[in-house]
Design a protein. Sequence first.
Length: 180
Amino acid sequence: MVARKQGFTLMEMLAALLIIGILAAIALPEYKTAVLNSRLSTVVTNVKSIANSLELYHLSMNGYPNNDLSNLDIDISGCSSSDGLYVCPNGTVYAFGISDTDQPVGGFLGNKQGLAYIQYLKEEPTVAKRNQRECWADSANELANRVCLNLEGVQQGTNTWRSDESLGHTTAVWNVYILP
C-alpha cells in the first residue's frame, strides 16, 4: 500500500487566497463606511445635545450666546471647551454660529475625515432653515459623500466655506445634503 502525503496542493492554496482576497476587497470599503457612520452618529447625538442646551439658554436668557458654547450647562465626555468650541481628543470639533446670518450647531469630524453634521436652531433667523439638518461632505471625499447618502440625504448643492484647521478640516468646497 502506497502512503499518501497529507497537505494542500499549490492550486488549492491559490484558490483559497483568491477567495479571501475577493472577500476582503468587498468588505473593506463597507467597513470604512460603517466606521465613519458610527463616528458621525456620535457627532449627531452631541450636536443634538448642544442644540437642546442652546435652546434652554435661549429660553432663560432671551438670546443665544455669541458664538460661545462655554456658557452652556453641558459636558461632552472627553472634550474641552476652548475659544467657543468643544474640541475632542479624536479631532472632532463642535461649533455654534458658523456664520453671521446662520445659527447652526456643527460637529466636524477631524483628522481630515471631510464630514460634518449641521443642525439649525428653532429660532434660526432664516425661517426656511429652522430645525433643518444637513450633512456636509468634502466634495473630493467619496467616502464622506457615501455616508451622507446613507443618512438618506438629498444633495442640495455645494457650500464654499473657508477651510479651518481649528474645526478639524481643510476643505473649502462641501457638498450639502439635506436630511429628512
